[in-house]
Every structure is written in structure tokens, then in C-alpha cells.
Design a protein around this ligand. Sequence first.
Ligand SMILES: [Zn+2]
Length: 359
Amino acid sequence: MTARLDGLRCIQCDEQYPAVDFPQGCPSCAARGRHSNLFCTYAKSVPAHQRYPYAETTDLGHGDTPLLEPPWLANVSVKNEATNPTGSHKDRFSALVATHARAAGYGGVVIGSSGNAGISLAAYAAAAGLRCAVAAFDWLPDRIRACLTDFGAEVRTFATDRERIEWVTKQAATAELLTVSNITHPVVGSSCYGIEGYKRISWEIAEQAPAPVRHVILPSSRGDLAWGVYRGFAELNEQRGLPIPRLHLVEPYPRLSAVLDGAALTGRFPGDFGRLSSIAGDGTTVQAHRAVTRSQGSAVVVSDAVADDWFRRLCRRGHVWERSSTTVFAACDALRAQGRIGADEHTVLVATSHLFKGF
Ligand SMILES: [Zn+2]
């Protein structure tokens, strides 16, 4: 346990635990088949900007990303996470899990990923002097594989998600590697230590925004980013009284939307994600659900075809975001057209990743 943390707490049932690793999330909820992630808690005396598990993390220059004010979009700012060292917001997560793995005495880290998260973790593991094992799908693009091996990662590929998770679960059973990605169904999400890294996005937005932020729109698969951003704003609310913006999570087909309409959170929701692989996956999570319901936000479906249209329009303006990132622009349009975001309500879009990986 680090000096700043006083423990972990379940998002769903509130049970408290010591600050060690629980790769399956809350043991109590897992025993009831209703898996939920945990989150880090701090002593009340720790100020909001120090509510971070480690004072210093493995640093390749992540964070402090620019907040753009596109002149062609009124009352909208764009948080450009593509400027992080490996081109995505995942660097904020990787910096913390690499630091945590070293502090907790692991020899390395293991992750299920075929994209941004794997590349980011491989880089930060290399910087921290840790082994990194990446479990990818057989369709892993050559350019991603080359990048992973350049960083020294060990790459294994699998035909199905079940086989991939089985292999990662075996690694999780050893004391050698820290597992940082989800290994359960129902889905939990990723390491709660890494998710703390996303809180800084909220802190930076609060400092950078030209007007009080009423809405934040972000791409989402399992809600790691959404929960971290929600926690960041919730802590600012507790300590400074800043209102929590409504969080709108974008998905390629109904998963969280289906749950908000009454489907069981533990269900599987298969669908066609097209080229939106960064927000693929057939499950949603307690953390995604709570980020939306506690902030009074929503879930928005943006199809691959609509995202592709926005991708081309943004490229023609010189922007560098991958397709999954451009879904936030389409979602903003849709929410405004439906009257769920007023034209005068300042809105921040989180553009998560650079297009250079080809997604
Ligand atoms: Zn629980």
C-alpha cells in the first residue's frame, strides 16, 4: 500500500479492501456472479490534486495534453489525447500500472490487447525495466506487432477471446506478472490503479476550459476511461464544489444503451463494430453504467459508417484521430439535434487516439 492510498472500494457494493491486486475485481460481487471493478480511496486529508496512487510514475512525457478550440464548432473543446507519447490516452494508464507493478515487486505485466493499450503498456514496461506480455488476436496488424516487438514485448496471438482470456488468466495465477486487463465475464474492466491515471484528464479540463463544462463525450468500450474521468470530476466536486459534467459514452452498437433501456448488465451484446476496434467488445460494465447514471449522462450509438464519414471530414481539416476517436463528433451532433445538449452548453469531446496505427 502506498502512503496516499487508504484502500480499495467496490463501485457496486461499497465493500472495502486493502490496496493489493484483485484481477477479478470485487471478490464479494464476483462470488455472486455480478462482477464489478474496485476504485482507489484516499484519506480525507489528501487534496484532490494529490489523489493519485504514486507521487512519481514512470514518465515518458504523458499528460498535459492540449484542449483545442475548433473555430468551426461553437461551444465545443476537444481534449487531444493523441499527443501522448504512444499516441493515446492509454499512456496515462500504463504509467501508473508500470509504476505499481514495480512497487509491488512483479517482474512484468500482461495485457489482452491488439491495439493502443498493448503498444502503450509495452513502451512503459520497457521504460520501467519490466517484462511485458501481450495477448492479441490472430488478426493483429503487422505494423502493431512490429511496434510491440520493437519495445521488447512478448506477443502471443489467439483465434478467440475465450482462448486469449484463458491464457491471460493463467499468467494472472503466477506471482511473476501483474495482469492489467479484464479476465472475467461479466466484464469488470482494467486495473483500478491504472484507471486512476484518467482522473488527470478531468483535472486538466477543469483548468483549461474557457467556460464551465456541462457535458463530456468520450468513446467507450468497458468504461475504464469514463470511470476515471467521472472520479476526477467527482473529487473536484467534493473538494471545490465544481459541478460534475454529464458524461456521454459512445459505443458502436447498443450495449450500455441496452442496459440503460432495461437489459441485464451481466449480458453479452454481440454486434458489428466494423473498423471501430478500439471500442469493440460484447459486454459493458458496472463502472461504465455508474459513470453515466451518477453524472446523469447517456450512452450514444455511432455506427462504423457514420464514424468513417467524420474520420474523412476531420482528416480534411488536418486532424490526426483514429476512427473510434471521431465518434465523439458524431455523438455531439446527435445529442444537440435531440436537444439533450443545448447549443449554449459548453461541451468537451475527448479524442483518444492517433490515426498512425491504422484503425
Ligand atoms: Zn462488490
